[in-house]
Design a protein around this ligand. Structure first.
Ligand code: NOJ
Length: 515
């Protein structure tokens, strides 16, 4: 386990939209270098960078053309190496995004794989053995090459699935078992890419669709086995490198796969979604527990989370996120006060937390944008970071029609400048809670977690982390509960009172008590 993960608080940077240092309208690596002090002042000491590799950008860079080359629009390999070293000098770690499940259809491996003549890359992807062989169970692209066969898609059509084999081979004419030498070569190719960047100074990887490697893999154990092998390589040669999975199955990812962290993602109906992001599709109403009139059920979260925590104890971390580049920003459905409560909760949970760029200032989800680079509904969460009241809100000096995406045009768009020092802002809340977390081990990544009060359909929600008790009432009305703790308020939102064995929490309020 990399020691630095014990105190890590991550900041996710979507490079296109963070800071444009050369005025061409798109964010770049030099721009990130210039903003490292900002990340540090926020209290974060690690960054997850979305893909920065050469790509035709049909899926914003998750369609990699060349894993070993930085996309020119972001800079050069030397810029990225400079980012590693300047970040390290400031005590900040950098995780790159590893995309092991698929490449772009413009990747040289795939260009070779499409050829009629057998070659080293023929089995790097999954092809049926004839263009007429297209079982409907599989997402196949048909009739696109001189090779007689159809390729399996991993995400968008332009993202052919790399071949790690099949757990359950049902069509032996074209499905390989996972121990086939060509499938093993795919694993070696991914390890080679990891070594390439680790040798240049990166601190590990966030792994895209980590569960997607082996096909016909219902219980995902064969996929986990591949990751376990990769973890062995890290333990041996790069013991301080971290692996974070986009999987959302901590038992499989952490215990079996050897991931150091697994994201708690917004999967409809799970604990995270019912807390913060649960819209009733029939009524259109937000029924999240954190919505002030949501009336959500907190026990979905407490039951799921405590079980996962118990099962993975000592092996790795469950990572809470404020958001990410794939989901609407919480501002779409929750008001400012609810978001402060939500982020203060997220940042007082165990595990390694991640703050998505711009969430800390309450950036809005921008509705109705045309899809950019395969973003579709995700595009509204990917708009440029809002720094100040200057041109393009400080993101870029380019003319506004040249920007990667438009900046928020509302009069009251939040910026780092106008949120700094503003009492009751999301920004000041995030900074204060991260500070408290980093100063108190009990509130940190390894600290304990006990549910004190969580009842179906009831408010407040109370939990204990070592010498801290946290009580939160997201409801739009006052609520109270039996409370046997006393101590000093370390942080508060709204009005809370502890008296006579009882806690009273005003509408949308929270207290972190040092007992
Ligand atoms: C998950 C990534 O977060 C998302 O942005 C991407 O489109 C898919 N994986 C495909 O790589």
């Amino acid at each position: 386990m990399p020691q630095w993960l014990k105190n890590a608080v991550f900041y996710e940077i979507y490079p296109q939209s963070f800071y444009d240092s050369n005025g061409d309208g798109i964010g770049d690596i030099q721009g990130i270098i210039q903003k490292l002090d900002y990340v540090k002042a926020l209290g974060c000491n690690a960054i997850w960078l979305n893909p920065v590799y050469d790509s035709p950008f049909m899926d914003a860079g998750y369609d990699v053309r060349n894993y070993k080359k930085v996309a020119p629009r972001y800079g050069t390999n030397d810029d990225l190496i400079e980012l590693f070293s300047v970040a390290h000098s400031k005590g900040i770690k950098i995780l790159l995004d590893l995309v092991p499940g698929h490449t772009s259809d413009t990747c040289q491996w795939f260009i070779d794989s499409k050829k009629h003549k057998k070659n080293e890359y023929s089995n790097r992807y999954i092809w049926t053995d004839s263009v007429w062989e297209a079982p409907p169970k599989y997402r196949l692209m048909c009739g696109i090459s001189e090779r007689d066969g159809n390729y399996l898609v991993n995400y968008f059509s332009s993202q052919p699935a790399l071949n790690y084999g099949f757990a359950n081979v049902t069509h032996p004419a074209w499905q390989l078992p996972t121990d086939h030498p060509d499938c093993q070569k795919t694993v070696e190719a991914i390890k080679d890419i990891m070594r390439f960047w680790l040798d240049k100074g990166c601190d590990g990887f966030r792994v895209d669709m980590a569960d997607s490697l082996v096909k016909n893999d219902d219980d995902k154990r064969p996929t986990a086995k591949i990751w376990r092998g990769i973890r062995e390589m890290l333990d041996k040669d790069y013991p301080e490198a971290a692996l974070v999975s986009e999987w959302c199955n901590p038992e499989r990812a952490i215990n079996d796969g050897g991931f150091h962290c697994d994201f708690y993602l917004d999967h409809r109906g799970n604990g995270y979604s019912t807390m913060f992001r649960y819209t009733n599709y029939e009524t259109g109403k937000d029924e999240s527990y954190y919505c002030k009139d949501g009336n959500g059920d907190i026990t979905v979260f407490t039951e799921e989370y405590t079980r996962s925590l118990e099962k993975t104890k000592g092996n790795g971390y469950i990572s809470f996120i404020t958001g990410n580049h794939d989901v609407p920003r919480m501002t779409k459905t929750l008001d400012n006060r609810a978001i402060r409560l939500a982020y203060a909760t997220i940042l007082t949970m165990p595990g390694v937390p991640f703050v998505y760029y711009g969430d800390e200032i309450g950036m809005r989800y921008i509705e109705n944008l045309p899809s950019k680079e395969g973003g579709f509904s995700r595009t509204g969460s990917r708009t440029p970071m809002q720094w100040n009241s200057g041109k393009n809100l400080g993101f870029s000096t380019a003319d506004s029609d040249k920007l990667y995406l438009p900046v928020d045009s509302s009069e009251d768009a939040p910026t780092v400048e106008n949120q700094t020092g503003k009492e009751g802002s999301i920004f000041e809340t995030v900074k204060a809670v991260i500070k408290l977390r980093r100063e108190n081990e009990d509130l940190g990544n390894d600290g304990g977690f006990e549910v004190v009060y969580a009842e179906k359909g009831e408010y407040p929600f109370i939990y204990k982390r070592g010498s801290f008790v946290i009580a939160v009432n997201p409801k739009g009305e006052q609520t109270e509960a039996v409370f046997e703790f006393s101590g000093e308020k370390a942080f508060e939102i709204g009005d809370t009172e502890i008296k006579d064995g009882k806690i009273t929490l005003g509408a949308q309020s929270m207290v972190i008590l040092k007992v």
